[in-house]
Design a protein. Structure first.
Length: 114
């Protein structure tokens, strides 16, 4: 099983990034998909989650209205569109797949800096 993330980088405050996570080796439609993040010195926290068919989603309060999670079940891929980024969004972002088992991606770095 592999979860391969991409799309991280360096962006200025107010900018945008789109993270992608493509999965291999799982039946993608069986899994709830999430994005977590961990900032230096902090614990890992849930950022957003989307249901198997994409009909429902959850966001932590600090990203509501700025981030959008989506999935393309035909491409086995989940996305996180991040707009109006702020300094506090700087972290390593991890893709997560949850069913009976759970799997993690390797992480992609997002740095928001002026």
């Amino acid at each position: 099983v592999q979860l391969v993330e991409s799309g991280g980088g360096l962006v200025r405050p107010g900018g945008s990034l789109r993270l992608s996570c493509t999965t291999f080796g799982i039946t993608f439609t069986h899994y709830h998909m999430s994005w977590f993040r961990r900032a230096p010195g902090d614990e890992r926290e849930l950022v957003a989650r989307i249901s198997r068919e994409g009909h429902s989603s959850y966001y932590r309060d600090s990203v509501k209205g700025r981030f959008t999670i989506s999935r393309d079940n035909a491409k086995n891929t989940v996305y996180l569109q991040m707009d109006n980024l702020i300094l506090e969004d700087t972290a390593t972002y991890y893709c997560h797949a949850q069913d009976t088992f759970q799997y993690w991606g390797q992480g992609t770095q997002v740095t928001v800096s002026s």
